[in-house]
Design a protein around this ligand. Structure first.
Ligand code: HEM
Length: 153
């Protein structure tokens, strides 16, 4: 199971690191002219799919495998620890937010940015971009709660 544990921690790093980078990237892009912002938003959409989405999927998949192996690994007592359940529940909720809300939003942002003209940023793109930032902040915050629960409480 050590490889699965490695994948679990690597997925966490991709997810939280990618999320923070995405938020900083979006904030920094705002000072660029609209045509450049549209290009940067296409990169942001890719970051969501390739780094954050992949990280969340790996954390979820490896987390399920680790949970199923707890008993056979002689770690069944962990099941009585609230910290494990906080991690699992916060992690599942946050991963579902990434996979079923953030990723569709990011692909909409990418598609609108690709279709955009060189003029101003379309209002629909601005709205999806803001929604993506809010959802990413909440799901990333929950991932940090999962991490805190495991290590601090
Ligand atoms: C963003 C969400 C999550 C984060 C940040 C996270 C983080 C971690 C970390 C840092 C560890 C400890 C690794 C170690 O001791 O070396 C761990 C262990 C574990 N995680 Fe998660 N996790 C998350 C979500 C989940 C989910 C959704 C599940 C189950 C579906 C899960 C199940 C487990 C289990 C069972 C262990 C104990 C493994 C063992 O000691 O054998 N985790 N997690």
């Amino acid at each position: 199971m050590s490889f699965v544990l490695f994948a679990h921690v690597l997925g966490t790093a991709l997810w939280i690191g990618g999320g923070l980078s995405g938020l900083m990237f979006d904030a920094a892009a705002r000072s660029e002219p609209p045509a450049i912002q549209m290009r940067l938003l296409r990169v942001l959409a890719r970051l969501h799919a390739v780094v954050i989405g992949l990280g969340a999927l790996v954390v979820l998949g490896s987390g399920v495998l680790l949970t199923m192996a707890l008993d056979t690994d002689g770690l069944g007592d962990l099941m009585r620890e609230p910290k494990l359940w906080v991690m699992i529940l916060a992690g599942i909720f946050a991963a579902f937010m990434v996979l079923f809300v953030s990723l569709p939003l990011a692909s909409r942002v990418g598609a609108l940015a690709a279709a955009g003209s060189k003029g101003d940023i379309p209002p629909a793109l601005e709205a999806y971009r803001k929604r993506l930032a809010v959802v990413s902040t909440i799901s990333g915050g929950l991932a940090v709660v999962a991490l805190l629960a495991w290590y601090v409480f």
